[in-house]
Write a new protein. Structure first.
Length: 76
């Protein structure tokens, strides 16, 4: 991943943040982080994304949100 395709993210502000899928599937374009998943050392390892349109949930490695070819911050 090159630097122009990288979004800096503060993992502590991840909860309730809004995201837009670059290539939506099943008309699911806008997402909200509804849960932050931590390991035994309290480090964030994943997050639970909820599609706004149908409330379907997906677990995702939170680091994948940095890839601007897949995710954009905010609702666009």
């Amino acid at each position: 991943m090159n630097k122009s395709a990288y979004t800096p993210i503060n993992p502590e502000k991840l909860l309730l943040s809004k995201w837009t899928a670059v290539c939506p599937q099943y008309k699911e374009k806008h997402f909200l982080v509804t849960e932050v998943i931590r390991n035994e050392d309290q480090r964030i390892v994943a997050c639970l994304l909820e599609a706004v349109i149908n409330r379907r949930q997906y677990e995702l490695d939170w680091q994948q949100l940095k890839d601007t070819s897949q995710w954009l911050p905010g609702w666009q």
